[in-house]
Design a protein around this ligand. Structure first.
Ligand code: UDP
Length: 340
């Protein structure tokens, strides 16, 4: 977006916090490809410097308020896409105060910087974990929000912080609730690299990579067709395109604080995902059935009707095998992650 007279005109930029992380790095590329000016801040606690290319990068924590204000002003930022967070459900159960600090307190500081720098638009990386145990499926944005873990609780607290910030400071926001992010960029060498890894698809792919000898299915006595949990897997490129569309929408007049689910609307069981990975990799991928994982709902499937209507979003990669084969390509090229 170009602002000003021809002489001295400058491009308004988008600041992506956590832009070196999994979904953040794919979103940065998507925004760049759409011709946007992008600047990234990431404290690199979990993010990977190698995942960010060709855009200004600052190794800064979002709690460093003065530095964030300077970046917002220097780069003429009008919109912030906020990913920076701690995001491990299990860790949040063991150390909830870390999640209140890293997510709630840190975002309060970030939003203070936005208000001080007169930034009026924010896209927020939220989660299906804000809903908790579903009482009906597919889940719409109207579904009650009763998180069952501190991770979801802190993301919901930030959502509310954003709603109040619109009322008080006119800070507009779009909150995006992702279901199960998966896959990797189909052409470029970026993808999912978590330490420790807890997500199903990368864990399955560790078997053909000879990093583990089997997958553990966390329970097959759920009330689902094959007894294992159903999840709505959404390609990271589709999440990235939703952020691009959300940036466009939040810049429009008349937007306040909105929330959208992002999923494919179709559930796949753990057993189906393992089977699809066997087809993609050509490896037998042995699986064993273990105990249920605490806090796992049987079924989590999104209704993304609202995002389709209001953002004009249409997922392009809704085939499970495509999602897994994009992830597989990245993991084959990076069997030990980015740097190792
Ligand atoms: N899961 C599993 N074995 C694993 C990891 C995950 O059976 O080693 C299951 C998990 O119980 C859930 C689904 O796979 O039903 C997706 O889990 P993931 O951690 O990827 O995402 P979540 O749904 O927890 O956000």
């Amino acid at each position: 977006m170009i602002i000003g007279e021809e002489k001295g005109a400058f491009e308004l930029a988008i600041l992506v916090t956590g832009g070196a992380g999994y979904i953040g790095s794919h979103t940065v590329l998507e925004l760049r490809q759409a011709g946007e000016e992008v600047v990234v801040v990431d404290n690199l606690v979990k993010g990977h410097r190698e995942a960010v290319r060709d855009v200004p990068f600052y190794e800064v924590d979002i709690r460093e308020r003065a530095k964030i204000i300077a970046i917002l002003k220097d780069h003429h930022v009008d919109t912030v896409v906020h990913f920076a967070a701690s995001s491990l459900v299990g860790e949040s159960m063991v150390d909830p105060l870390k999640y209140y600090e890293d997510n709630v307190a840190a975002t309060a500081t970030l939003l203070q910087a936005l208000v001080e720098a007169n930034v009026k638009q924010c896209i927020f990386s939220s989660t299906a974990a804000t809903y908790g145990e579903p009482i009906e499926t597919p889940i719409t944005e109207e579904h009650p929000t009763v998180p069952t873990n501190p991770y979801g609780e802190t993301k919901l607290a930030i959502e509310k912080m954003l709603e109040w910030s619109y009322q008080a400071y006119g800070l507009k926001s779009i909150r995006l609730r992702y279901f199960n992010a998966a896959g990797a960029h189909p052409d470029l060498a970026i993808g999912e690299d978590h330490e420790p890894e807890t997500h199903l698809i990368p864990i399955i792919l560790q078997v053909p990579l000879q990093k583990r000898d089997h997958v553990m299915i966390y329970g097959d006595d759920y009330a689902t067709p094959d007894g294992s949990c159903l999840r709505d897997y959404i390609h990271v490129m589709d999440l990235a395109s939703a952020h691009r569309l959300a940036v466009k929408r939040v810049r429009e007049e008349g937007i306040g604080s909105e929330v959208y689910n992002l999923g494919n609307g179709k559930g796949f069981s753990v057993k189906e995902v393992i089977e699809a990975a066997r087809v993609v990799t050509g490896h037998p991928i042995p699986a064993k059935v273990g105990d249920r994982r605490q806090g796992d709902p049987a079924v989590l499937v999104a209704s993304s009707q609202l995002a389709k209507e209001k953002l004009g979003w249409q997922p392009q990669y809704n085939d499970l095998q495509t999602i897994i084969s994009d992830a597989w390509r990245f993991h084959q090229d990076h069997p030990h992650g980015y740097t190792k």
